[in-house]
Design a protein around this ligand. Structure first.
Ligand code: MG
Length: 357
């Protein structure tokens, strides 16, 4: 599990905890949440753990009891080692942002099945990642809830029968806020997502709709669907996790209460389904399902991602990198919410893209 102390990592460990006869944690990677990571080592006894740097590795070692047999590694090499850890059959990749790319490539190269939560990996390097996965015969199983939904809608279908992906978006916390008020949005407000409990980076991306744009690029690579056949539909209830339209006019949707555990569990147990005991959606008059088009004037990040997706090549990595820097600056209150798309636009304009190989 790469990113074991984050939201996806903790939810994954919750599933492992509930199905100990099915899953065994072999290796963990995290950045520097040492206290939580030490607890995870104590509970799951992984063979190896990797952290960000040598200093963090020493802090972890000091928290472990004498005789603990977990190997502590660090840095890019440490991450690549645990990502391709020999006794593991599947690598769940849930690190934040660009940091997830190299470990994921190492895991694919070593033949692990990939449960992919780190969408930036495909946004940055979709052509490299999908080519390596094809060459190694490795399956990439989506953990992102929308892509898990699309993957589920496509089971038993022929690729050529699918004509459109309908990618649902909650609209984030500012769906109903007037565009003129966007400049005053604070990190605290933007971190309050109405439906999903997630890490800081993805929550800000959800508030700007960049997350949905990154998901359009992710869907292009995962399902070999051109961007003009991927439509974003705002669905504030987050009950329909996405849909696929077929050429006979049928639309297949995947529904469920918004909880990441279902999508994580499906990637871990595919093609089986685990008895998670999740509540079903209410299906009563108190639970209307509503839909609208995204407002691109209010959320220009979505348009920027579509542009990068259409033009392809290195522009996708540049979009991702500029966004990551802009989101960090916003979280540190060094730039305004409305500056995020301006920074991304400006960076894209200075880049001369190199096409995908
Ligand atoms: Mg998602």
């Amino acid at each position: 599990i790469l990113g074991s102390t984050g939201s996806i990592g903790r939810n994954t460990l919750e599933i492992v905890r509930r199905f100990p006869e099915r899953f065994k944690v072999k290796a963990l990677a995290a950045k520097h949440s040492v206290t939580l990571l030490a607890e995870q080592i104590h509970e799951f006894s992984p063979e190896a753990v990797a952290v960000f740097d040598a200093k963090t590795a020493r802090q972890i070692e000091q928290l472990l009891p004498a005789g603990c047999r977990t190997r502590i590694l660090f840095g890019a090499e440490g991450y690549a080692t645990v990502a391709s850890w020999e006794s593991a059959s599947l690598t769940l990749t849930a690190m934040v942002g660009a940091a997830g790319l190299l470990p994921t490539l190492a895991a694919i190269d070593s033949g692990k099945t990939i449960a992919l939560a780190n969408k930036e990996t495909l946004v940055m390097a979709g052509s490299l990642v999908t080519a390596l996965a094809a060459a190694r015969g490795v399956a990439i199983l989506p953990v992102d809830s929308e892509h898990s939904a699309i993957f589920q809608c496509l089971q038993g279908q022929r690729q050529e029968d699918a004509i459109q992906i309908l990618l649902t978006a909650s609209g984030g916390p500012f769906h109903r806020r007037a565009g003129e008020e966007f400049a005053a949005i604070t990190p605290t407000e933007a971190l309050r997502h109405p439906n999903w409990s997630m890490g800081a980076k993805i929550t800000i991306d959800s508030a700007t709709l960049m997350n949905k744009g990154l998901e359009v690029i992710e869907a292009k690579w995962l399902f070999e669907m051109p961007p003009d056949r991927i439509r974003v539909v705002v669905h504030p209830q987050s009950i329909i996790h996405s849909m696929v339209a077929f050429r006979d006019g049928s639309v297949i949707a995947q529904l469920g209460v918004p909880d990441m555990k279902a999508a994580i569990a499906y990637a871990l147990s595919y093609p089986e389904r685990l008895a998670l005991g999740q509540p079903l959606p209410a299906f009563s008059k108190d639970m209307p399902l509503t839909f609208s088009d995204p407002d691109l004037a209010k959320f220009p990040c979505l348009d920027l991602a579509y542009e990068a997706c259409r033009r392809g090549g290195t522009l996708q990595a540049v979009l991702n990198a500029a966004n990551e820097v802009a989101v960090n600056a916003f979280l540190q209150e060094r730039t305004a919410f409305t500056s995020i798309p301006v920074i991304v636009r400006g960076t894209m304009d200075t880049h001369v893209p190199v096409d995908d190989p």
